[in-house]
Design a protein around this ligand. Structure first.
Ligand code: FES
Length: 216
C-alpha cells in the first residue's frame, strides 16, 4: 500500500501520520522527491483502518491503497479467466464441429452385418425358387432347393462389378447376364470367366422364420 503526499508536507505532520500508521500495525518507509513524498506501507495491517485514518489527513494529496499483492492477484485472476474463456470456446467449437465433420465423412464402402437378419416366413418360400434381397448393403440371393434347404450367396458376380446374378429356375443355378458366368447354389463357379466363388451367407430357420447372417 502506498500513500502519496504533497512535497511541502511538514515534518510534524509526517510524524503524526507515522505514529498513527504504526499504531495500525504498519511499517513505514518514506522517500522524498521534488514533486511528491511517497510513503510505502508494509506489515500486517487492516487496509480499511488505513483508509479511515487517511480520510482525516488533509495533506495527503493522493492515496494508492492497493498493495502489489493485490495487483498480482488481479493479474492472476484475469489470466485464469482468459484461459477459462479460451477453454470453453475451444470445447464449444469442438462440440459443434464434431457432428458436422461426422456428417460430412464419406460412408464406408461396405456395411458389415451386425447379426442375423430376419428374412420372413419359410412357408411363403417355394422349393426350387430364389429371392434377391438387400441385407445391410449386400445383394444376397436366397435359394430354397428341392430338398427344402436354404442357401444364401452374394448376388454380385465375382468376375466384374457390378453385374448382378439372375436365378435360372430350370437349371437351378445362378447366371450372370454380362459374360455368361454360371454359379451353383453353394456359390461355386460352374462355368464362365469368373474364377472366384460367391460370398456365402449363413441361413437358419427358427420357428418357421428364416434368418440370414454373414459367414465369419
Ligand atoms: S461379370 Fe459376370 S461373368 Fe463377367
Amino acid at each position: 500500500m502506498i500513500l502519496v503526499l504533497q512535497p511541502d508536507v511538514d515534518e510534524s505532520f509526517l510524524e503524526r501520520v507515522r505514529k498513527e500508521l504504526m499504531a495500525l500495525g504498519c511499517t513505514f518507509s518514506l522517500s522524498r522527491g521534488d514533486e511528491q513524498v511517497i510513503v510505502a506501507l508494509g506489515g500486517n495491517f487492516d487496509p480499511d483502518a488505513v483508509y479511515a485514518a487517511a480520510a482525516a489527513w488533509p495533506a495527503v494529496d493522493a492515496l494508492n491503497l492497493r498493495s502489489d499483492r493485490y495487483y498480482r492477484n488481479e493479474r492472476r485472476k484475469r489470466r485464469f479467466m482468459s484461459w477459462l474463456i479460451i477453454g470453453f470456446g475451444l470445447l464449444t467449437i469442438a462440440a459443434l464441429a464434431f457432428p458436422v465433420l461426422n456428417f460430412l465423412r464419406p460412408p464406408d464402402n461396405k456395411l458389415e452385418l451386425t447379426g442375423p437378419v430376419r428374412v420372413g416366413s419359410v412357408t411363403g418360400f417355394a422349393e426350387g425358387t430364389a429371392r434377391r434381397l438387400r441385407i445391410h448393403g449386400d445383394t444376397v440371393m436366397v435359394v430354397r432347393d428341392h430338398a427344402g434347404r436354404f442357401r444364401a450367396v452374394s448376388g454380385d458376380c465375382t468376375h466384374l462389378d457390378p453385374c448382378q446374378l439372375d436365378w435360372n429356375l430350370e437349371r437351378q443355378q445362378l447366371l450372370c447376364p454380362c459374360h455368361g458366368g454360371v454359379f451353383d447354389i453353394l456359390g461355386n463357379v460352374v462355368d464362365g470367366p469368373a474364377n472366384a466363388p460367391l460370398l456365402r451367407f449363413e441361413t437358419a430357420v427358427v420357428k418357421d422364420t428364416l434368418f440370414v447372417n454373414r459367414r465369419r
